[in-house]
Design a protein around this ligand. Structure first.
Ligand code: PLP
Length: 355
């Protein structure tokens, strides 16, 4: 009798749940922290002409040299540091995990946080140590450092600001973790354009720091591009783990075009920040809704009954993310991406109905 997948697939893989993406066709999509604004029309036409020139019959330049140089310049990567590109930062999380997953190695992160860290610990056979945040989602840095001394993690992931909580850890707490770390610390700055705080300028101070970013939340989620910056000794090893052509020619060309005009996306980010203020106040004014302060382009809110509200919103055509049941600290929590003014109004009216 042939063996079943369950008998052949590694138990770690069998234990993982597939990354969940909800059906969103025709919905007001406020579940995935996308930038709600498209590129302005004339720029799109110029970009289309640029993409038409791309030679798709050729393999990409393997390390995306031109794009790496552009990113280093635009994102102010300090001199002497190297940049590695990924097929989204999800790819980079996997590359780092694979490279550091020696037998018995530990990955540590505060929880709740981005699910990909834990998923990759599972996939690569690392021991995952997830230390709970405080009730207000602040980092208990003393407890985290004490646990680091016990576990001696090869790899620490810190999302800065954190997803799904929106909290930006205190700079001195991150420094305390960097100083206590015997392993590598990856600071995931996916929301850096909204938080406007970064360890990029301090990269040279910490030999065990990698700063990881993505263009997804900036307005280019569809092209799948992430990057990380760090010491050449680290990047050289991660480069071996990277799949040979992990960033395709269209992504490289589109990113070069748009990042060369970064101010367009930064303007959109400023509009999102202005909308964040208005949405935050309006959410907080709803009866029974607690809004957690956010340094990102989303809010985590606690409602009386998250399952009811999530379903109510869905029936009214609004998609947000329900975190109830995912982690005890996230009981009755929904995560709502800041959309356009019009989208936010629809969300607010629908949420009021659904409470
Ligand atoms: C969205 C997100 C990412 C994923 O970025 P991609 O580049 O789209 O893969 C990584 N880290 C955090 C904390 C995120 O919220």
């Amino acid at each position: 009798m042939p063996l079943k997948p369950r008998d052949l697939i590694r138990s770690e893989v069998f234990a993982i749940k597939a990354y969940h993406v909800a059906e969103s066709e025709g919905m007001v999509k406020l579940d995935a922290m996308e930038n709600p604004y498209a590129l302005p029309g004339p720029l799109r036409e110029e970009l289309a002409r640029e993409l038409a020139r791309v030679e798709m019959n050729r393999y990409p330049e393997p390390t995306g040299k031109k794009l790496r140089e552009l990113i280093a310049r635009k994102m102010k990567v300090p001199a002497g540091m190297e940049v590695l590109l990924g097929n989204g930062s999800d790819d980079l999380i996997q590359i780092v995990s694979l490279a550091l997953a020696r037998p018995g190695a530990t990955m540590m992160y505060p929880t709740p946080t981005f699910v990909m860290y834990g998923m990759n610990a599972g996939l690569t056979g690392m021991k995952a140590v997830a230390l709970p945040l405080r009730e207000d989602f602040a980092l208990d840095v003393a407890a985290f450092v004490a646990r680091m001394r016990e576990e001696r993690p090869a790899l620490v992931f810190l999302a800065y600001p954190n997803n799904p909580t929106g909290v930006l850890y205190r700079e001195e707490d991150v420094v305390a973790i960097l100083n206590a770390a015997e392993g590598l610390v990856v600071l995931d700055e996916a929301y850096h354009v909204f938080a406007q705080k970064s360890f990029m300028p301090r990269l040279a101070e910490f030999p065990n720091l990698i700063v990881m970013r993505t263009v997804s939340k900036l307005g280019l989620a569809g092209i799948r591009l992430g990057y990380m910056a760090g010491r050449p000794e680290w990047i050289a090893e991660f480069n071996k783990v990277r799949q040979a052509y992990n960033v395709n020619v269209l992504t490289q060309a589109a990113a070069e075009f748009v990042l060369d005009r970064l101010e367009v996306l930064e303007d959109q980010a400023r509009r999102i920040l202005a909308e964040r203020v208005i949405l935050g106040e309006a959410l907080a004014a709803l009866p029974g809704v607690k809004v957690f302060p956010s340094e990102a382009n989303f809010f985590l809110v606690r409602v009386p009954d998250a399952n009811r509200s999530h379903e109510g919103l869905r029936r009214q055509g609004v998609l947000v993310r329900n975190f109830h049941g995912v982690h005890p600290l996230l009981a009755n929590c929904l995560r709502i991406t800041v959309g356009t003014d019009a989208e936010n109004r629809i969300l607010l009216a629908a949420l009021r109905e659904s409470l």
